[in-house]
Design a protein. Structure first.
Length: 235
């Protein structure tokens, strides 16, 4: 492991990690002495089988303390508009850049902060995927249809109003026992999620590629022994 952090751009980091699996990155973390760190708790699972690699963009939301409105009907509709404009805002959403992995600390709240509509807007801006420590996702049939990668503890139904409020962005957060800082590398697939501290990202990638290369070579030999045509997973 090098003693000096190598300076690399976002684009270079994304290129370094684009072909790596979670298991490769987990191995790379082990190789630099981080055996007990980086793996997000296994209760955080993918909405569907997919893969995403990106650079962490963070935000934190808190439970709404009240008081809750007693408005209903059309008056409630107007109150909801006020709520989204003043309480449960998403200033980070307008700042999403190509390659961002959206990491949302929602304090375990059962609420659909992300859905089929705003996730598409973030995708248009360059978001690669989402990671939350609660629900945070609803409209999941459409989200799956649209191919939006999401890793969360569960799926939610409810809207935001009366349940959750925006607190801060671009700060360290914790999801599944892992501290996530803006700029960290997030790799997620069917095996779960692993987060690589930015300062270790180049070294971790070096050893992760070492393990991936060995795995591909061994599996390619077995493909040949089985009479299988090689595919992209062994080339």
């Amino acid at each position: 492991m090098s003693n000096v952090t190598q300076e690399v751009t976002r684009a270079e980091l994304l290129e370094l990690y684009k072909d790596l699996r979670v298991c490769d990155v987990r191995d790379g973390m082990d190789w630099v002495g981080m055996h007990g760190y980086g793996t997000v708790d296994k209760k955080v699972r993918p909405l569907f089988r997919t893969k995403a690699v990106g650079i962490a963009r963070t935000a934190r939301y808190l439970p709404f303390e009240g008081p809750m409105t007693n408005k209903t009907g059309d008056e409630y509709t107007e109150w909801v508009k006020w709520y989204y404009g003043n309480v449960c805002t998403d200033p980070w959403g307008k700042e999403v850049e190509e390659g961002d992995f959206i990491c949302l600390d929602v304090c375990g709240i059962d609420v659909g902060l992300i859905g089929s509509n705003n996730s598409l807007d973030h995708k248009k801006r360059g978001a690669r995927g989402y990671l939350t420590n609660g629900g945070g996702i609803r409209d999941t049939d459409e989200v799956i249809h649209q191919g939006i990668p999401v890793w969360s503890e569960f799926v939610s139904q409810g809207m935001d109003q009366g349940r959750i409020r925006y607190y801060e962005k671009d700060i360290p957060i914790a999801i599944g026992g892992v501290a996530i800082y803006p700029g960290d590398v997030v790799v997620a697939d069917g095996d779960g999620v692993v987060v690589v501290p930015q300062k270790l990202a180049v070294d971790v990638a070096k050893y992760a590629h070492q393990e991936l290369k060995g795995d591909k070579a061994g599996r390619k030999r077995l493909y040949e022994a089985l009479g299988w045509d090689p595919d992209e997973t062994v080339l």
